[in-house]
Write a protein that binds this ligand. Sequence first.
Ligand code: ADP
Ligand code: MG
Length: 140
Amino acid sequence: MALERTFSIIKPDAVRRNLIGKIVTKFEEAGLTPIALKKIHMTRAQAEGFYAVHKERPFFGELVEQMIASPVVVQVLEGEGAILKNREVMGATNPANAAEGTIRKEFALSIGENSVHGSDAPETAAEEIKYFFSDEELVG
Ligand code: ADP
Ligand code: MG
């Protein structure tokens, strides 16, 4: 396994419920280190650009509204096999299908308001990190 970096968002539904600490703890306990993180309120343009791959999906409008409704925490997680490990710690998109102990099983409200985003592959991880962070912000 290689040391990797991946991109994560703690979504508005979780930030509103004061779950930042509990969610970051899940990542840290899995061996993922937040090497950069910040709280931001995404603009509509930022959210639409970030989720452009989903723009033809029926839930796109609702997804963008949810992501801009209130602040999020964006972060870069580093660790061995971080991209896959993050997806494991997150759990399935639909919390009804998420495994015990995963973030989405414990905290997600619904398939849409599912508490976290995580990159799904090396290419998207690199693109998504660049979308929100400059090189200077990746302090390690
Ligand atoms: P993941 O976040 O697990 O990678 P996707 O990339 O498929 O999932 O979808 C992106 C986000 O869009 C999901 O995390 C969720 O917030 C939302 N979403 C996905 N499918 C649905 C759906 N069927 N209904 C409502 N929202 C959805
Ligand atoms: Mg996805």
